[in-house]
Structures are given as structure tokens and as C-alpha cells.
Design a protein. Structure first.
Length: 82
């Protein structure tokens, strides 16, 4: 309920939708980084797995750093995906 940012991606037509909530914190060095991230997914197992991994990978990053992550970077730790 107190998220600093909320994003939704996907299509109701194809059935895969994802909503992501992010909470930031200010670091001592002046950077504003992602402290917490959570998601809700309506989709396949692959979408759920990648979203779960993404919430781990973006912690400690700035919004710009998180947005620069490619789909390949986000899915690489999971191995081959369908």
C-alpha cells in the first residue's frame, strides 16, 4: 500500500499480465535505490519465474540501473526457457 512506484505490463487478451510494486530507500552516498520489490503475475510459469528473479536482481539498484537490465540478463540465471 505504500509503494513508491507501481507498474503493470501485459495484455488481458493473451492472459499474461504482471504488476510490480517498488519501494525505494536513500543511501548514504545520495543514491536512491530499490529497497523492496514485489509482484503479482497472471501468466505462465516462465513469467512468474522471471518476475521473481527480477525482484531479487533489482534490489540495491537505482531505477535507471534496473530499467537498463535486458530480458537476457533477467532470465539468464534460469537457464533455457520455453
Amino acid at each position: 500500500t505504500d509503494a513508491d512506484a507501481v507498474g503493470t505490463v501485459g495484455s488481458e487478451n493473451c492472459g499474461d499480465m504482471l504488476r510490480l510494486w517498488i519501494k525505494f530507500k536513500d543511501e548514504k552516498d545520495g543514491r536512491r535505490v530499490i529497497d523492496k520489490a514485489s509482484f503479482q503475475s497472471f501468466g505462465c510459469q516462465t513469467a512468474i519465474a522471471v518476475a521473481s528473479l527480477a525482484t531479487e536482481m533489482i534490489r540495491g539498484k537505482t531505477a535507471t540501473e534496473a530499467l537498463s537490465l535486458s530480458s537476457q540478463e533477467l532470465s539468464a540465471p534460469l537457464g533455457a526457457l520455453p
